[in-house]
Design a protein around this ligand. Structure first.
Ligand code: TRP
Length: 372
């Protein structure tokens, strides 16, 4: 049982040694010394982003900004889930291009390859092997009942492939391969995490051990930031149509254009009237990128029916441009630095495979594979 010294850190008892220490040299009598050895221990965090497009403000403020903080306090593995992206059959050029884009944006956003292990899922074949073993304990019924599977079947009834059905098994392999206990993901992934715990526990029960630990959702910051999209509905997402999401790589002109087109209503008619969702969304975005003074200014204008949405949008666009400038500037440089990307990917793959191959060796042993 590790002893925890605050968040993420602690020590783990690694050995207990009894030594008989003579009172004087050559003396047959002595005292028994108990020597405890502790090793530093850091909890492990794993998270991945499916490489199906550019990262947007929702990915940044909802996830990556937290990854950047976590890398100082936990043993972090941040990977690009390119195997998961195969469920929708990308072209070879697209597969590579989107994976590169996420890698570039991870680095531009401040994930440090010296602190965290950054890798491509497809560079760690041990994950695929664990996926196969876990598949033997994952049942059709439970996989078919997963909400995300049902959503995808509804959205794409012509592409219900086995990879889609077993998506949560691959995700469990991603997490269990490093014995992660903390998984920073949004609410929509809770059910997948629960399935990861189920598969790990089932493996433990089948082989009568406690090899896998249970992973739980992890929210590093106190409050979850809400990043709505610009379409007046729910959260920012890349699949909700062009214009709904602001990408980290968007030019200032593109940002202005999208924000100016954001959905609004006809305006308030009574003082202090509640904001409809599409307007609240714009204020929520402002809360993230603008100063408190700016937010208060527009809040007052809304509450006194003096607001002009055009002004609010202009301000919001400019503040988004300022907030994302440091990342946007780095994206271009990093994307053009092929040697850097190669080095980061290789270094990350080596570190990830170290941890993953240890797990696979142990899992094979537990399952009963023996050398002749
Ligand atoms: N399913 C996650 C998503 O769609 C991505 C993902 C794959 C993941 N494997 C993971 C997240 C392991 C955390 C840990 O967002």
């Amino acid at each position: 049982m590790p002893l925890s010294f605050g968040e993420g850190f602690g020590v783990r008892l690694v050995s207990v040694l009894f030594k008989k220490k003579p009172i004087s040299p050559g003396d047959g009598f002595g005292v028994r010394l108990k020597i405890l050895t502790f090793a530093p221990y850091m909890e492990t965090v794993v998270s991945g982003i499916r490489s199906t497009g550019n990262l947007h403000l929702g990915n940044y403020y909802g996830a990556i900004q937290n990854f950047v903080k976590m890398q100082n306090e936990y043993k972090c593995y941040f990977f690009i889930a390119d195997l998961h992206s195969l469920t929708t059959h990308p072209t070879p050029a697209n597969l590579h291009g989107t994976a590169k884009q996420v890698l570039v944006e991870y680095l531009a956003a401040g994930i440090d390859p010296e602190k965290a292990t950054i890798y491509l899922q497809s560079d760690v074949p041990e994950v695929i092997e664990l996926y196969l073993y876990l598949n033997m304990n994952a049942y059709q019924g439970e996989l078919e009942r997963s909400t995300s599977f049902k959503d995808k079947v509804r959205a794409n009834p012509d592409n219900v492939n086995a990879g889609l059905l077993t998506y949560p098994v691959l995700m469990a392999a991603d997490i269990l391969i490093h014995h992660a206990t903390k998984v920073p993901v949004g609410k929509d992934q809770e059910q997948h995490l629960e399935m990861s715990r189920t598969f790990g526990n089932r493996f433990n029960r089948l082989y009568n051990n406690d090899y896998f630990t249970e992973p739980y959702a992890f929210n590093f910051s106190e409050s979850l930031v809400k990043i709505p999209g610009l379409d007046g509905k729910g959260k920012m997402g890349k699949s909700e149509g062009e214009g709904n999401a602001i990408f980290l790589s968007d030019t200032p002109e593109a940002i202005r254009k999208k924000v100016m087109r954001a959905v609004t209503d006809a305006g308030p008619t009574q003082d202090n009237q509640p904001k409809p969702q599409e307007i609240q969304n714009l204020f929520d975005l402002m809360k993230v990128v603008s100063t408190p003074d700016t937010l208060e200014h527009f809040d007052n204008l809304y509450n006194t029916c003096a607001i002009r949405y055009g002004d609010l949008k202009k301000q919001l666009a400019e503040d988004m441009i300022i907030a994302t400038a440091p990342i946007r500037e780095k994206i271009q440089d990093i994307a053009n630095d092929a040697p850097l990307l190669r080095q980061v990917a290789r270094y990350g793959a080596t570190k990830a495979r170290e941890s993953a191959s240890k797990t696979i060796k142990e899992v094979r042993e537990i399952i009963g594979f023996r050398n002749f």
